[in-house]
Each structure stands twice: as C-alpha cells, then as structure tokens.
Design a protein around this ligand. Structure first.
Ligand code: GLC
Length: 429
C-alpha cells in the first residue's frame, strides 16, 4: 500500500535539489553540507540511483589535497548566509569551509552500492581512493591522541551539544574581529528564520567565530589547528562513526579486490583508543578536552553512536535505557536528567532522526531488534505527526528547526518509513 509520506519525502529531496547537490533546507542552509549530502544520496538511492551517485561524486569533487572532505561547499553566492566563504577564508574553488564533518560516507556509499551493485561498482571504484584518502586524513591529522579530535564544535556535526562546553569556555574572543561584530549586530540569519530558543546562544556564536578567525589566520593548516588552535576536544561521536566507516570501507575494498591491510591496521589503532574516551566515574564514553585533559562529564547522543561501531558496555546500556525512558520520542541529544538539558535547543536535548537512524543501524547489526524497532517507530511517529523537520522536542514531539529537511526525508525513505501503513488506512481499519 502506498504511503503518501513516501512521495512527500521524495518531494522534499527533489525540492531541495539544486542540480547535482541537495541543500539541507531552503534559506537556513543554502549550500552543500557534507553528511547531509550523504544522507540525501542514500535517500535518492531508493528511487533514483543515478542521482544518488551524482550527489556523492560532487561532494568528493571538492575534497582538499590533504584528503579532507569539507563540511560545507559554497556552490553559489548567497550574501545573506552568515558565516559565508569570506569568514572562512579557505583558499578553495568553489569556496568551502575549513573543517570536516562526521565521515558517514563509506557507510552510506556501501548501502547505496548494495541497493544496485551493477550500477554502483564503477562509482565505488572511482570513489574508493578518495575515501581511503579521507580516512587517512582523519587518522593522520585528527587522531594523534587515539580518538578523533575536533578543532571546532561544528566539525562534530552536533554543533552546540553540552559535550563542548568545557572546551568552548576557554576560547578567547577578540572583540576587534569584524565578523564578531557582524554576528552581534544580528546578521545571523538563523535568528531571522527561527526561534532564538531553538538555536545556539550568542556567547557560543562569538566563540565559533573566534575559532574561524584563528583558522583563517593559519590558512586552515591542520597542524597549526591541532597545536595552537583555541579549541581541541576528543569526540566520541565521530570516533564511532569513523570506526564503523572503516569496517564498511574495508568491505568495499574487498569487493574491489584491493589490499585492505592498511585500513585494517588503522581501524585497529582507532579501536585501541576507545578506552581513553571511557569515563569510569560516569560510566559512559565522554568527550574530553585535549588542552586540559578534563572529561566533559556529560552524556550525549555521541556516546550512543558506539552501537553503530558495534561497541557496548553494560554501564552505557543502563544510561541508554535510562535517558531514553525519560522521553517519549527518540534518543535525546543530551541527558534529560542533566541540568543542561533543554528540550528544544538544537543539540542540547532535541531528538534528531538522522542520529536515531545511525544508532538504529548499530542496534540492528548488534541483534538488538526490539530496541531498533522501538526507535524506528518513535522516529516515524514524529514525522507522521509533524512532517520532515530538522529535529523534534523529545518530550512532546513538537517539530523544531528548519522544515522540509533533506536528511529527515531520506531517513524516512531508507529506514523508519519503510513498509509503514499510511495513517489514514490505520484509521479506516
Ligand atoms: C547544523 C547541524 C549539522 C548539519 C547542518 C546542516 O549545522 O548541526 O550537523 O550538517 O546544520 O543541516
């Protein structure tokens, strides 16, 4: 039976298509974002495999010579978006940001390939060396301490989650930076479009821009960022995403008949670093500040991405059950029992379908079928009640952030909406 939401989801992706790349949502995010694009591609693979590969290939066409795949590609000029290419100051054409984003590419490329191996093989062949170079970049430039370090909260993809509070507190803000003034004078377009209580606060924004000013001043040189940058924290979320991505990349290499021994060694080394993320006092995988050595001491959805990498520990499982049971819909992005929890503020509480889908992928692969089914159902219900939004209040399901959101539509098509009985049909029976 056709579910009208399936076509609605396809329409969201097609409506956000800007010819070769898909924006996350109109106005708020008018460019190509790294992991959003990979989810969009996965979504396209359910109805237009050619378009799926086009999305991936355009993202990788903008890979830096260092191997980094940037978190944003500014394909078009949009003078209203802030912070735009001039604030990043990265020397690339088309302009890009100077940092990366969670490397879900190998995992989703594997899924797109498996949806149609005949069409996919040549694409995988062309993309494989690029994926290897990107993974190599993560290990070489971001994993000196073991787990993945990020140089800007935006690199984590979980921009303002409480994990980064201790690192952000030490970011000095230089009041002479002209861009900080532009931001303070309310050129942040996000605040024109959305409720301020659903977005990062102004003090955070000053610090985000201070890190950009440093990056600009060193031409986004990775070594400078790591050695002298104002922010450096180990991120459980990206570490687990990368660990999983290694497993998928190794499988793609096997399909191509490549020698994957180098990847196997890198994956093993990354896995060895996991203990550094384990906070024995709290019993969860915790971010830590590489400048001070201090644990963040906060539980976020990044810790539960461990399941994506097939990693679990009894104490973490207990926290997972506890924090999930405190809300009604999906996995909250921050611990609902923490005083920092804010149910509608971006990554400080809301549930994100895209993260739910990654956690669920892990739960399913680990054989935790009941948990996966519950998460799938709760995420689908959010979309049925409110449509394809960026994130949702996990207590009452209120849609938040931007509407007609690409990756939420993609997650419906690939995961939580699959085989779902239309709501109207349910009422009739
Ligand atoms: C926000 C999110 C980030 C996402 C981007 C575009 O910055 O935190 O994860 O990629 O929006 O949707």
């Amino acid at each position: 039976m056709q579910n009208p939401l399936d076509q609605a989801a396809r329409d969201v992706l097609l409506g956000n298509d800007r010819g070769g790349y898909t924006i996350p949502t109109a106005r708020l995010y008018p460019f190509q974002w790294n992991w959003d694009s990979m989810f969009s591609a996965w979504g396209y693979s359910t109805f237009d495999i050619v378009r799926a590969w086009q999305e991936v290939e355009l993202l990788f066409a903008n890979q830096w010579v260092t191997g980094m795949v940037p978190h944003m590609v500014f394909h078009e000029v949009d003078p209203d978006y802030f912070p735009g290419p001039e604030v990043w100051g990265a020397d690339q054409s088309p302009p890009t940001s100077g940092i990366s984003q969670p490397p879900v590419a190998a995992t989703l490329i594997r899924k797109i390939y498996e949806a149609d191996p005949d069409t996919g093989l040549l694409h995988v062949k062309a993309l494989y060396p690029k994926l290897v170079a990107w993974h190599d970049w993560w290990i070489r430039e971001r994993c000196k301490d073991g787990p993945v370090a990020i140089v800007h909260p935006w690199e984590s993809g979980r921009d303002n989650c409480p994990d980064w509070d201790i690192g952000m507190a030490n970011v000095p803000v230089d009041d002479s930076d002209p861009y900080i003034h532009i931001s303070r004078e309310n050129k942040r377009r996000d605040l024109d479009l959305l409720n301020a209580d659903q977005r990062p606060v102004a003090t955070d924004y000053d610090r985000y821009l201070a890190i950009l000013a440093f990056g600009r001043s060193v031409n986004w040189d990775d070594r400078e960022m790591i050695e002298n940058g104002p922010f450096l924290m180990a991120d459980p979320g990206i570490t687990f995403v990368l660990l999983r991505a290694f497993a998928d990349l190794i499988e793609l290499g096997r399909v191509l008949g490549e020698d994957t021994s180098g990847l196997v060694a890198q994956e093993a080394k990354l896995r060895d670093g996991l203990d550094k993320l384990w906070n024995p006092e709290t019993g969860w995988f915790d971010a830590y500040d590489l400048r001070t050595g201090a644990f963040a001491g906060v539980l976020g959805s990044g810790a539960f991405l461990s399941y994506l990498a097939g990693v679990s520990r009894p104490a973490l499982d207990a926290h997972f059950a506890r924090s999930w049971d405190k809300v009604s819909y999906g996995i909250p992005s921050a611990d609902p029992e923490s005083e920092r929890f804010e149910r509608r503020r971006y990554w400080r509480g809301p549930t994100w379908p895209v993260v739910n889908s990654l956690i669920a992928m892990g739960l399913r692969d680990m054989g935790r079928k009941e948990a996966e089914a519950r998460l799938r159902d709760e995420t689908a219900r959010l979309i049925e009640m409110g449509g394809f939004w960026e994130y949702y209040d996990p207590m009452d399901g209120t849609p938040c952030g931007g509407p007609s959101f690409g990756w939420t539509a993609a997650v419906w098509l690939t995961w939580c909406g699959v085989g779902r009985t239309p709501l109207t049909a349910e009422k009739e029976t």
